[in-house]
Design a protein around this ligand. Structure first.
Ligand SMILES: [Zn+2]
Length: 219
């Protein structure tokens, strides 16, 4: 029953953590990955996958323990772990933004007006994702690089969303997560229909007005 995609892991040739090829055999019969250096027991891996398979078949822990000739408590604790992982996954997916999303970064603080803000010194960089007719997610990021922004996008948005951004190069590989519409501001000042990021830009100007009033007392 253990075959297909799982085979490469059970044969002990591919690492279950980093998916790279090449494992050492240790004297205690465990395997160690040449790449990520983690080690684990193939015997336990097979056992856990069998438990997972019985869980998938919706057998009771009692019945699975009989069939597999394993402790009831072992099966029970694994089943609980699987349920928790499923619940955690569902929660994290449910909290992801989806549908039509406007993405943009903005620069807060600092006295001088930078060129275009990106990479501006002494400014906090906020990255925002606005879900049309939904929520806004914002986070302070260390920089506006592709790896930073794409990581946020990966964690906070559902695959298959429709993305709207400006032409900033960090968004260039967004196609991998869904449809990517790039808005060319200056040529398309009065962008009509859906092709705009007015929502997130409006949010930034609102946030700035508020934060200015809060942080800098008027004289
Ligand atoms: Zn590895």
């Amino acid at each position: 029953m253990i075959k297909g995609v799982a085979r490469k892991y059970f044969e002990g040739k591919t690492c279950i953590f980093c998916d790279s090829y090449g494992l050492y055999r240790l004297a205690d019969k465990r395997v160690k990955c040449k790449n990520c250096k983690k080690y684990y027991s193939l015997r336990k891996l097979k056992r856990d996958m069998l438990i997972l398979y019985y869980f998938y078949l919706e057998l009771s822990a009692r019945k699975a323990s009989k069939e597999l000739n394993l402790d009831y408590s072992t099966i029970q604790s694994r089943f609980m772990k699987f349920r928790k992982l499923i619940a955690d996954y569902c929660n994290s997916e449910a909290n992801k933004l989806n549908g039509e999303l406007e993405l943009d970064e903005s620069y807060f603080g600092g006295k001088r007006k930078g060129n275009r803000g990106r990479g501006a010194n002494n400014k906090a960089i906020a990255f925002g994702i606005l879900e049309r007719r939904g929520k806004v997610y914002t986070v302070i990021v260390p920089n506006a690089s592709a790896s930073t922004l794409m990581n946020e996008i990966k964690n906070k948005t559902s695959k298959g969303s429709v993305f709207y951004t400006d032409g900033w190069r960090s968004y260039a590989s967004l196609e991998q997560y869904g449809k990517h519409n790039i808005i060319k501001h200056h040529e398309d000042q009065f962008a009509s229909g859906r092709n705009h990021i007015n929502g997130i830009e409006g949010f930034w100007s609102y946030a700035k007005e508020k934060s200015t009033k809060l942080i800098i007392p008027s004289t």
